[in-house]
Design a protein around this ligand. Structure first.
Ligand code: F6P
Length: 541
């Protein structure tokens, strides 16, 4: 690996690979060379600083890093999450070909299918009105109470699938800040609301606290005996759910081989299924399954997640770019960057290798973003003219869901394509000055103002184009990014599937609660923490 990385660095220096603008000028076939497809999904990476040599070396890197071997081990149910002694099988949840997937000598597919059937039956009941609230009224609103992977996936996907909504309205409460549940409950009536308590562990403090507030909301309005009619749960910890008092017929399980940030395909997807119906939910699974098959079968040079992972690694390790921007030109994908933050940063924000040694180079970059065109009027300035190079990942559908507003969709597309073109082409000083003089500026003004209007160009971007944001397309896009994170994790030589980095803060918060409540002294804490506690206690109303 080290030799190939060194060769990549040499190649960047000697072949001028980073002069993307010249590469386009000298090769009219560049787009055809550096694009890959899966059905209607096109990945254009021609505006990245790559050439045939770089791509050849990246392919060698995938081979040397054993990406294909480790991919096959993941799909086969090997316990690749060795720090938690778990298999990593979110792919089994969307295994629509239903081939056996073995964990500890047992096929998990019958259990997967049974939960999916139970979810469908429950959703059909709620959506049709056969399953009612305690007073006999139809459920009009569903509130998912969860956080992290038990919130971001369903919240993001439910918003993305708005054109398919024909079920109850969906709400999502995650933050332990009481403002979140209070503002949500204000809009709702207990007798027509169903709460889903979603937590893999059923111990997460935010979720359990919000669940208790919701329970009180129902029992205050309708009496304690009504609670059972207004709650369902999704968890791997069925004993803890039972202790909370949710009837077992309303509990949808999943398994320890499903990571929280990979759980949208499991019963954690229940709010999405309630909103769009079981058939569309299955199309969502099918989209992901199609991408899984592609990941397993396509040769590296046409394998979208391999290419995305290899280029991501190249940007991070070879070129040293610290962040990447996720820029969906789709308002309904507005939570996709936040979803990817957990997927990517909780997976690959690590500094210890699988051999339990400190990593030698950088690991996962900071992932961030906002939908276009909004971001253009906020932070694109820095992407175009700032001192860091930030690879941008654009995504755009050929078609929206509003035929009457086709002009707006064309405007959206024009903006998306213009951004990647501007990042790549830039504007030289001569061009900037010529533009100023054409507008009537004198030479001195053009000299003074010109440099401020220069765009360095050669800034990399990847653009994804797909036909329309259907459930299939959404499932495929999420799976694409999941596998990209996997490929990068293998190359970083880390375990992408644990998240020990979130533990310390949780432990300290538990210890600090009695101090913040004024029941224990802050002595023993550092002076900053003690000082902050003191300030807050004095200001407490
Ligand atoms: O933030 C840590 C984490 O464990 C995430 O990985 C997970 O998605 C989230 O908390 C919620 O956990 P749970 O589903 O167990 O409530």
């Amino acid at each position: 690996m080290d030799t190939i990385i060194a060769k990549l660095k040499d190649s960047v220096a000697s072949t001028g690979a980073t002069d993307i603008r010249s590469a386009f000028a000298s090769d009219s076939g560049r787009f055809a060379k550096f694009t890959a497809r899966l059905d209607d999904l096109l990945m254009d990476y021609s505006k990245c600083a790559v050439n045939e040599t770089v791509m050849g070396l990246l392919s060698e890197l995938a081979e040397a890093g054993g990406v294909a071997k480790k991919r096959d081990a993941m799909f086969a149910g090997d316990k690749i999450n060795f720090t938690e002694d778990r298999a990593v099988l979110h792919t089994a949840l969307r295994n629509r070909s239903n081939t056996p997937v073995m964990v500890d000598g047992r096929d998990v597919m019958p259990d997967v299918n049974a939960v999916l059937d139970a979810m469908s039956e429950f959703c059909n009941g709620v959506r049709s009105g056969a399953i009612k609230g305690a007073t006999g009224k139809k459920i009009t609103d569903v509130v998912n109470i969860g956080i992290g992977g038990s919130d971001l996936g369903p919240a993001m996907a439910t918003l993305a699938m708005a054109p398919y909504h024909d079920g109850p309205r969906a709400h999502f409460v995650s933050n332990v800040d009481g403002a979140h549940i209070a503002d949500t409950l204000k809009l709702l009536s207990a007798d027509t609301t169903l709460f889903i308590v979603a937590s893999k562990t059923f111990t997460t403090i935010e979720t359990m606290t919000n669940a208790r507030a919701a329970r009180k909301f129902v029992s205050d309005a309708l009496g304690e005996e009504a609670v059972g009619h207004h709650f369902a749960a999704v968890s791997t910890a069925l004993d803890k759910v039972a202790a909370f008092g949710i009837d077992e017929t309303r509990v949808f399980g999943f398994w320890d081989w499903v990571g929280g940030r990979y759980s949208i395909w499991s019963a954690i997807g229940l709010p999405l299924m309630l909103a769009i119906g079981p058939e569309h939910f299955v199309e969502f699974l099918e989209g992901a399954h199609a991408l899984d098959t592609h990941f397993r079968e396509a040769p590296v040079e046409n394998n979208l997640p391999m290419l995305l992972g290899l280029i991501g690694y190249y940007h991070r390790v070879v070129l040293g770019y610290p962040t990447r921007a996720i820029l969906p030109y789709d308002q309904r994908m507005s939570r996709f960057p936040a979803y990817l933050q957990q997927l990517d940063m909780e997976s690959n924000g690590k500094s210890v290798t699988i051999d339990s040694k400190p990593v030698k180079g950088p690991t996962g970059p900071v992932a961030w973003g906002e939908p276009g065109t909004n971001g253009q009027h906020a932070f694109y300035q820095l992407i175009h003219q700032g001192t860091d190079i930030i690879p941008a990942e654009f995504m755009i559908a050929a078609n929206g869901f509003e035929p009457d507003l086709r002009n707006q969709h064309d405007l959206l597309i024009a903006n998306c394509l213009a951004q990647s073109e501007a990042l790549m082409k830039g504007r030289t000083l001569d061009e900037a000055k010529a533009q100023l003089t054409a507008k009537g500026a004198d030479a001195a003004t053009a000299d003074r103002i010109g440099p401020h209007r220069v765009f360095a160009g050669n800034r990399p971007s990847i653009t994804f184009v797909y036909d329309k944001l259907t459930p299939h397309a959404l499932g495929r896009m999420i799976a694409l990014y999941e596998h990209r994170v996997f490929v990068e994790g293998v190359l970083f030589n880390i375990n992408s599937f644990d998240q020990w980095g979130v533990e310390l803060g949780k432990e300290l918060a538990t210890g600090l609660l009695p101090v913040v409540e004024g029941k224990e002294s802050a002595a023993g804490h550092d002076s900053s923490t003690a000082g902050l506690v003191d300030t807050l206690l004095k200001a407490k109303a």
